[in-house]
Design a protein around this ligand. Structure first.
Ligand code: UD1
Length: 429
């Protein structure tokens, strides 16, 4: 299994181009199942997760063609016919978002059998809201032996669906099913994340009628069929925030291009509070930090536009060397502090109690072998390692490969000492 070895201490200076958003791209890919015409997605990230979903979509009848288009990496997805409405456990368990093929399959064919998902080990992560939304749209749902059997032989029917709390995946799932339902659907208490706006824009380009994305009420008027379209995947806000934090941790000056500062405003405000210099520009942003120790800052994760849970681990890494005590509260997922024992191996002083971590800043971290446990946790170890004395070796980097495109290349281009060790043996235990 590959490892990533990082020698800390180098300042980062240069440009980092941000890729298309993983969490958008995978939902947009599933949207391609809604039409028999080709959907061309540009600004596509090339990640283990997108490759993986491509494999599942091919099983269902899609032709998936990746190429270098005139506007960079693109993927064309074309499903003239759904050849199978069955998504097996093997393919769904490895990536939770594959579960979102259920809605489009049901909308297009009137039936589907999809395994219940696996995904990151960050708490229970049920799909009850997804299933309730599909039931409200008229689907008959049975759960049996780990599979969801869904049927709507006479098609789905618009409905008013009220979500008890914000769920990105359930909102997207309801949208993907409602666009082909008869009549109007109203989603109340919908998630407001930029990925919802991106999905709505893509669906509308395909001929759907979705209004209100980015707000908490969405109105969707069902149409009889959708067409092909071309859509550019929005910039990855989590990748943007991660490199902003990496630059702050290492010090130096880094320009993040092909992205938007407004996508991570709640993070930038906290970084400024900590003493990092942030310049918001039309074509991205510049992060500068020269020498001075950072202030300890308290954060609490929240649905968008609040502080993203997917940036919590990375922010905590920055706080391990800040001056004073910061409190990091996680309100979205239980069990999302798996990076804490690993950061502690690097010398961080962190005490967890329930959904709260108290981080007492230390003068300096020390390199050590560490283990990646999930996607965002693993990149927090890379950030910590950038400022640690000596070498840190991150094991199980397949977690990183799921969500960060060419990470070591992007960081090395700015002067970081990062290298991938191919196929190294796993430490025992
Ligand atoms: C998505 C993102 C993930 C991010 C999360 C929150 C993708 C592929 N993943 O995950 O990176 O961390 O949004 O911003 O886009 N819940 C239920 N029942 C449900 C659905 C969710 O109880 O049916 C709970 C979850 O356990 C969690 C909360 O709702 O506590 C929010 O989860 P949700 O917004 O649905 O996250 P995902 O869509 O899974």
């Amino acid at each position: 299994m590959d490892q990533i070895a990082i020698t800390g201490g180098a300042h980062l200076v240069g440009d980092i181009p941000i890729s298309g958003a993983k969490n958008s791209a995978i939902k947009l890919m599933t949207a391609s199942l809604l039409t028999d015409e080709p959907l061309r997605l540009t600004n596509m990230p090339r990640l283990a997760d997108t490759r993986f979903l491509g494999k599942l979509l091919r099983r269902l009848g899609a032709e998936v063609t990746e190429s270098e288009g005139p506007d960079g990496p693109q993927t064309v997805l074309h499903t003239p016919e759904i050849v199978s409405a069955f998504a097996p456990y093997d393919l769904v368990r490895q990536m939770r978002a594959s579960f979102n093929v259920l809605g489009p399959l049901l909308a297009r064919t009137g039936h589907a059998k999809v395994s219940l998902p696996g995904g990151c080990a960050i708490g229970a992560r049920p799909v009850d809201l997804h299933l309730k939304a599909l039931e409200a749209l008229g689907a008959h749902i049975d759960l049996n032996e780990g599979y969801v059997y869904a049927q709507a032989p006479r098609g789905l029917k618009g409905a008013t669906i009220e979500f008890p709390f914000s769920s990105v995946g359930a909102t997207e799932h309801a949208m993907l099913a409602a666009v082909l339902a008869r009549g109007e659907t109203v989603l109340i208490g919908a998630a407001r994340e930029p990925e919802i706006v991106d999905l709505a824009d893509c669906l509308n380009a395909m001929g759907a009628k979705v209004e209100g994305a980015g707000g908490s009420t969405l109105r969707i008027v069902g149409v009889a069929r959708l067409t092909g379209a071309t859509h550019a995947v929005a910039p990855d806000r989590i990748e943007t925030g991660t490199y902003a934090l990496a630059a702050a941790m290492a010090g130096g000056e880094v320009r993040l291009t092909n992205t938007r500062a407004d996508l991570i405003e709640s993070l930038l405000v906290k970084m400024e509070e900590a003493g990092v210099d942030v310049e918001r520009r039309n074509d991205g942003l510049i992060i500068r930090r020269n020498g001075a120790r950072l202030n300890a800052v308290t954060i609490e994760t929240d649905p968008y536009p609040g502080f993203a849970t997917d940036l919590q681990a990375q922010f905590m890494a920055l706080m391990t060397v800040a001056d004073g005590e910061s409190v990091v509260r996680e309100t979205i997922f239980e069990n999302r502090f798996m990076h804490v024992p690993e950061l502690s191996r690097l010398g961080a002083d962190i005490v967890v109690s329930g959904g709260e971590a108290r981080v007492r800043g230390v003068d300096c971290l020390q390199g050590a072998p560490v283990m990646a446990t999930d996607l965002r946790a693993s990149v927090s170890l890379v950030i910590a390692a950038l400022a640690a004395k000596g070498e840190t070796v991150v094991n199980r980097v397949y977690h990183l490969d799921r969500g960060f495109e060419r990470l070591e290349e992007k960081l090395s281009a700015c002067g970081a000492q990062v290298r991938r060790v191919k196929g190294a043996a796993e430490p025992e235990g």
